[in-house]
Design a protein around this ligand. Structure first.
Ligand SMILES: [Zn+2]
Length: 136
């Protein structure tokens, strides 16, 4: 019997594409949690102007910190809205591409860390009412 796995568990045990769930083998794909063809389509989709997450310039990837999977969201600071101010929409978008609920990403999935343009890292929490808070 196979059991549905969450992104964190999947990442730790057998790296799979967060989009199509195929196994990932090359380090670049494993780092971003997504295979090359899915990455291309996600990049194309994320250019949609109507997406509120696009008010910010950001990129995200899964990595390991002290042996645990974490989701790192980096503010690219290209003149758009700051990732910090737009975190709710960004989490929503990441959850959408991962096929997960935003609460899963923020609460049950890997811890979320946000890297601001100055290189500072903040922990990100999403409460059930949708409020985003940051911890340092
Ligand atoms: Zn894929």
């Amino acid at each position: 019997m196979t059991k549905a796995r969450g992104p964190a568990e999947t990442l730790l045990n057998e790296p799979r594409c967060m989009n199509c769930r195929r196994k990932l083998s090359d380090p670049v794909s494993i780092e971003r949690g997504c295979g090359p063809s899915c990455w291309a389509s996600i990049q194309a989709l994320s250019k949609r102007p109507c997406d509120p997450a696009n008010r910010s310039d950001y990129e995200y990837h899964y990595t390991r910190l002290e042996g645990r999977a974490v989701l790192v969201i980096t503010d690219l600071d290209r003149g758009g809205m700051s990732v910090t101010d737009n975190m709710e929409a960004i989490l929503d978008r990441i959850a959408y591409y991962a096929g997960a609920d935003p609460y899963f990403i923020a609460c049950c999935g890997p811890p979320v860390i946000c890297r601001d343009p100055e290189g500072n890292y903040d922990g990100v929490r999403l409460s059930p009412d949708g409020t985003v808070t940051f911890t340092r």
